[in-house]
Design a protein around this ligand. Structure first.
Ligand code: ADP
Ligand code: MG
Length: 342
């Protein structure tokens, strides 16, 4: 075969393999876009586990008519422009791949109205070359993205989808994780027309604790120790469950770096180490913890799905997390000892 540039849709479908694994990953990308657009309310509508339909509506900054087509192209982003930006990313997205990838494996409609634009416009990407058509539409300030029939044109990927119930479970988990990261944003999740989750904007500490209870259970918050510590540019805060509230699996382990949900080995290791003498070896701790540090001190460009980060001073970050958790747990234990001494 001779060498040829791949058609746009095929190139996007290949890239989609990395970020669009299932409906939940589409929803993660779309909610992150809404958050990056400064939305304070996000509605997530799902039909049949997200396989039939996903619709995310936000009240964010919107996309101007002339950029709708661009938003659907690969490597098109408003979030970074040069290497300096790449080295200090302060948005959730930056790769400019999600919309192009999703629209290559589903029927995607993007409708948007920035505040300063009088009318809303709608874009559709179709065909082998992903030619985009733009037409007028009705929409309040903000953006809606509708994704129908995920993987309709990639049967091999569609085969890997599980039941509607399992796919919805993954979606729910993504929404829970993001809801914990952003107390300042309201989220509604509906499935097959029914409202399944409603997280209202939580401004006060009490409202935040209530949201944590909605996601992690009332028992968790009742058994949680609140921690907060700042050192240089780093802040570490959140809720740690007392050792008596341990879990048989790692289902209540929520950690965030600069508002991004993580499955980071270093963070998990530091936390587990703080619990090491306090939990049986087959038990897992429960926690909701937030690390914030200078964007320059962390590299999020490690993996397309952005679940992992690389810290420039990993030992330092590890020891900081360990010591905050260790101290929080020790304080709690000494309080309990004092109680029993009384
Ligand atoms: P990335 O998020 O990496 O920039 P995406 O493909 O997810 O790439 O989105 C492309 C661009 O489309 C974004 O950079 C942003 O300018 C715009 N965009 C996408 N979703 C929204 C939204 N909900 N509100 C406003 N702008 C959006
Ligand atoms: Mg994005």
């Amino acid at each position: 075969m001779s060498i040829a540039i791949l058609p746009a849709r095929l190139a996007n479908q290949i890239a989609a393999g990395e970020v669009v694994e299932r409906p939940a990953s589409v929803i993660k990308e779309l909610i992150e876009n809404s958050l990056d657009a400064g939305a304070t309310n996000i509605h997530i509508e799902v039909v049949k586990g997200g396989i039939k339909k996903i619709r995310i509506s936000d009240n964010g900054s919107g996309i101007v008519k002339d950029e709708l087509t661009l938003a659907l192209s690969r490597h098109a982003t408003s979030k970074i422009k040069d290497l300096n930006d790449l080295e200090a990313i302060n948005s959730l997205g930056f790769r400019g791949e999600a919309l192009a990838s999703i629209s290559s494996v589903a029927r995607l409609t993007l409708t948007s109205k920035p505040k300063e634009q009088v009318n809303a416009w709608q874009a559709n990407a179709e065909g082998r070359d992903m030619a985009v058509t733009v037409k007028p539409a009705a929409h309040p300030d903000g953006t809606s993205i509708e994704v129908l029939d995920l993987f309709f044109n990639t049967p091999a990927r569609r085969k890997f989808l599980r039941t509607e119930k399992t796919e919805f479970h993954h979606i729910d988990e993504v929404v829970r994780r993001i809801a914990l990261a952003r107390f300042d944003v309201g989220f509604t999740l509906t499935h097959n027309g029914k409202t399944v989750r409603q997280y209202r904007i939580a401004s006060t500490k009490a409202q935040q604790a209530k949201r944590v209870a909605m996601v992690c259970g009332q028992k968790f918050i009742e058994n949680a120790i609140e921690v907060e510590c700042q050192h240089d540019d780093m802040t570490f805060s959140g809720w740690l469950a007392k050792p008596s509230f341990s879990r048989s699996q790692n289902d209540l382990c929520y950690s965030y770096v600069n508002g991004r949900m993580m499955r980071d080995k270093l963070i998990n290791h530091a936390i587990r180490q703080a619990y090491s003498d306090l939990l049986p070896h087959d038990a897992y701790p429960a926690f909701v913890l937030f690390l914030t540090l200078n964007h320059k001190d962390v590299d999020v460009n490690v993996h397309p799905a952005k679940h992992e980060v690389r810290f420039h001073q990993s030992r330092y970050v590890h020891d900081f997390i360990y010591s905050v958790c260790h101290q929080g747990l020790q304080n709690e234990l000494s309080l309990t000892d004092d109680d029993s001494a009384c």
